[in-house]
Structure formats: structure tokens, C-alpha cells
Design a protein around this ligand. Structure first.
Ligand SMILES: *Cc1c(COP(=O)(O)O)cnc(C)c1O
Length: 461
């Protein structure tokens, strides 16, 4: 399998290239040259496997022989053996319409662990084989950072830099990053929003001299390998459904459009998915685009579901590539509109295609609190605010068969959950002492140069 950039179809890259680069030099995102379509029998066979074996087969499809097979099995095994449920992503059937796919049984209680655990091992393996080092940089809206710290801590050929928006994430989210004592981990608070952090990351990559000299690698969902690893749990969800023949909707709490885009790939591979429903909070640029075709960025509004407080949904560019008939020239035009005017428009044809596979909806904070309460009272389930947004959209639309992606454990947002149901959620045992440990935070202004200088000063050859 070879890869191209959404902004340039001519150059081809290997999986190893795109794994280490993350973002294409032209500013575009890497995508597979084609999506493998699986025939029905192959899908049935895949759905009979467990999580680790589904992962093995799908990685082989997209990464070919990048990894030696015994090494790949070992990396997958190490990645998921410490999850708190042996199914890795257990599906909880709530009633005859709704199931919840729990993606929060990893070390930092959010779905980001699923990709980050395996991604870190893949990167380490490739670096080891090539005797290289890397500086990993990531921007976080709250959960990516913790997952990255947990996955990359103490890897000796890697330095990790995490940028997070100061005061805009929950205390538990912050502590998952700042209480780690590994010397290769640098957690940096930025005086700005998530979009500011992400813009700094993108600008660092545009600085060719810097990115080459410190071997910059991105592990945000702009890295294709993350999306690839997230495809697995759509298959895992189907494998756990009693009725595998009905078309299923997936309702996905969405920020950067990474998780839901993985679902779109699963659908293109042949999984029996009906609609992929974009669930957002008040930062509902994607819902507006779905309604009007106008993708227009405004300011980020802080909400009680902070991991979705994002306006620039980077991965939408990957879908856009398909919507415009896989023509990188048109993607470039739209992205230049976005850079220059903070907006671009989908034409009718593109919008019709968008609506053919997707749905969209949003909830405000008070609706979100109501849903956490309702789900607790009616189903005896404690859910986190992101999951609640998706659940609320299910209740509004009454889809016949839905899987709600539960992207975080409620213990990551204890104050919000307490506000809704009058009690704190239980923290899974392994994480209890994060409240007692000392925090390490490096504070920086929202200035590209400050971050650049910090990375250069800390680079170890
Ligand atoms: C990251 C995150 C999201 C958004 O996922 P995207 O892939 O960025 O769309 C939703 N919920 C939680 C809890 C998250 O951590």
C-alpha cells in the first residue's frame, strides 16, 4: 500500500515514511492511495476474531510488510494486554436500539489510548531499525496528551513535547500528563486555545530546517497511523453485536474528525454501517457545514466537553478529498480559501455526498448535563460529557440501531458528572493516586518562537 498527500497526488510514500512524518511537507494529510474493499466472506471471517487479531489483519492491509509478523503480534499484544477489559473495547447493550462501545479501558481512560499505545510501539520499532531518533510533538484538547505521555514515556530514542491549552482541560486530564516523571516527556501549557496549539504544531512542521534537524514527528490524528488503528473498533463493535446483518449507525463525539473518519474508512472497506453521525458541542462548525455546505471557522467556545472544543477539524480535509472527487487541486483551492478567509464552501454535489454517509447534531452544556442525569436514572449508567453529547443526539433522532462511541471514562470529568447526578464517578483502581503526585508543567506564551527555541534547546543527538 502506498500513500499520497491530499494536496499532491503525484508523489507516493511508504507506510514507514508517513508513520514518521505525520504531516506532508505540502501541508496536506496522508491518505492511502486506495481503500481496500473486503468481500463479504472476508468480513465475516474478520468479525469472528478477537480485538488483537482484527488489529493484526487490518494493520497488514494498510502497512503491508512494514513490520515483521512476530514483531507486529508482539506489539499488538503489549499494547492491549493492560486494558481493563479483555475485549479491549466492550460493547454494552443498553436497550433494543442503543449500544455503547466503551473505548476508555486503557491507561488514561480515553479512546486515544487505543491508537497511541500501538502507534508508539510502531514508531519505536521503525526508529530502532533505522538507528534514528525522533522528536514527537502533539497538541492536545485534553486526552491525546495523556495518552501520548503514557505511551511514549521512557522510550529512549524519542523526546515527547505536548502542548495543551492552559486552563481549558480538566484537572484529571492535566494530571495524566503532568505527573509523569520520565525525563523524555515535556508538557507545555500554552496561553491560548487548542486551535492555537495545533497551529503551532503545523507551523513547526512547515519549518523544514527545524523539522529535519530534530526529526519532528506528529502523533495527532493528522498522523494516518492513528486513524488506521481506530478503524479496528468499528469492526470490534460489529463482532459483538447479536444481529450483524442490520445496518448500524455510529454516533461519534467529534472534534478533529479523526475518530469518525476511521468509521468512514471502515464503511468504505465494506462494514455494514448506515450513517456516521457527527456529535458536537456548541463548537458545531461541522453541523453547520452539514446543514449549509459552508465550513466557516469562528472562535472556540469553552464547554463541559473540552476534548471537542475545536473549530479547525483537521481530518475533514481527508473527507474533503473524497467529496471533491479525489482531486488534490480542488482540495488546495479550498484549503487556501480556509487559510485566507477562514471558510470554504461545498457545492451541491459535494454536500449531497457528505450527507449520503454522515449525519450531524449538537448539544449545549445544559442539555449535556440533562442527558448524563437521564442516562443515570433510566439506565443506571454513568457516562462522561462527551459520550452524553452523542447519546443526546440518539435521543433526539431516535435512530433504530445505534452504537454510541463512549470516548472517555466519566472519572476524567468528576465535577461535571457530580453536577449532573450528585455524585462523583469511581476512578478505576490503577489511576487513583494521580491526585497525590507532584505536577511538572512548562509554561509558554502562544508564540511559535518560544516553542521552537525550547525544542532546539532540549534536542538530544
Ligand atoms: C479526542 C476526543 C474526542 C474527539 O475526537 P476526534 O477524533 O478529534 O474527533 C471526543 N471525545 C473525547 C473524550 C476525546 O478525547
Amino acid at each position: 500500500m502506498q500513500y499520497i498527500s491530499t494536496r499532491d497526488q503525484k508523489h507516493k510514500f511508504s507506510f514507514e515514511d508517513i508513520l514518521l512524518k505525520g504531516l506532508a511537507d505540502d501541508g496536506g494529510l496522508f491518505i492511502p492511495e486506495y481503500i481496500p474493499e473486503l468481500d463479504e466472506n472476508l468480513i465475516i471471517e474478520l468479525l469472528s476474531k478477537d480485538y488483537k487479531n482484527i488489529t493484526f489483519e487490518i494493520v497488514k492491509l494498510f502497512a503491508g510488510d512494514t513490520f515483521e509478523v512476530t514483531k507486529l503480534s508482539q506489539m499488538i499484544d503489549e499494547s492491549y494486554s493492560n486494558f481493563r477489559d479483555r475485549r479491549v473495547t466492550p460493547l454494552k447493550i443498553i436497550d433494543d436500539r442503543i449500544s455503547i462501545l466503551e473505548l476508555h479501558h486503557g491507561p488514561t481512560l480515553a479512546f486515544k489510548d487505543l491508537a497511541m499505545q500501538l502507534l508508539s510501539r510502531m514508531i519505536e520499532d521503525v526508529l530502532d531499525r533505522n538507528k534514528k531518533r525522533a522528536s514527537i510533538i502533539c497538541a492536545t484538547s485534553g486526552d491525546t496528551g495523556g495518552a501520548a505521555v503514557s505511551a511514549f514515556a521512557n522510550k529512549n530514542n524519542i523526546d515527547l513535547y505536548v502542548l495543551f491549552p492552559q486552563n481549558r482541560i480538566s484537572e484529571v486530564q492535566r494530571r495524566f500528563m503532568t505527573t509523569n516523571t520520565a525525563s523524555n516527556v515535556h508538557v507545555i501549557s500554552i496561553d491560548g486555545t487548542f486551535d492555537d496549539c495545533q497551529n503551532i504544531v503545523k507551523a513547526l512542521f512547515k519549518d523544514k530546517k527545524l523539522s529535519d534537524s530534530v526529526q519532528l514527528t506528529a502523533v495527532n490524528s493528522i498522523n494516518w497511523a492513528r486513524i488506521m488503528i481506530q478503524i479496528m473498533y468499528y469492526f470490534s463493535a460489529f463482532s459483538q453485536l447479536n444481529d450483524k446483518s442490520s445496518k448500524i449507525n455510529f454516533i461519534v463525539p467529534t472534534g478533529n474528525f479523526g475518530d469518525i473518519f476511521a468509521g468512514y474508512i471502515a464503511k468504505k472497506m465494506g462494514l455494514n454501517i448506515n450513517q456516521l453521525v457527527v456529535a458536537t458541542n456548541k463548537n458545531n462548525i461541522l453541523e453547520e457545514c452539514f446543514k449549509s455546505g459552508d465550513y466557516a471557522i469562528s472562535g472556540v467556545i469553552p464547554t463541559i466537553s473540552p476534548s471537542m472544543d475545536i473549530q479547525i477539524s483537521s481530518n475533514f480535509e481527508r473527507l474533503l478529498f473524497d467529496l471533491v472527487g479525489r482531486k488534490s487541486k480542488i482540495v488546495c483551492e479550498k484549503m487556501s480559501d480556509l487559510a485566507n478567509h477562514n471558510r470554504f464552501k461545498l457545492d451541491n454535489n459535494q454536500l449531497t455526498q457528505f450527507r449520503a454517509s454522515f449525519g450531524a447534531g449538537s448539544l449545549d452544556d445544559s442539555e449535556t448535563l440533562d442527558i448524563i442525569r437521564k442516562v443515570y436514572l433510566e439506565y443506571d449508567e454513568v457516562i462522561d460529557p462527551h459520550t452524553a453529547v452523542a447519546m443526546g443526539i440518539q435521543f433526539k433522532n431516535k435512530y433504530t440501531q445505534s452504537v454510541i462511541l463512549s470516548t472517555a471514562h466519566p472519572a476524567k470529568f468528576p465535577e461535571t458528572v457530580d453536577k449532573a447526578i450528585g455524585k462523583y464517578p469511581e476512578i478505576p483502581i490503577a489511576n487513583v493516586n494521580i491526585y497525590e503526585q507532584e505536577e511538572r508543567i512548562i509554561s509558554k506564551n502562544n508564540k511559535l518562537n518560544e516553542i521552537k527555541e525550547y525544542i532546539l534547546n532540549n534536542y538530544r543527538k
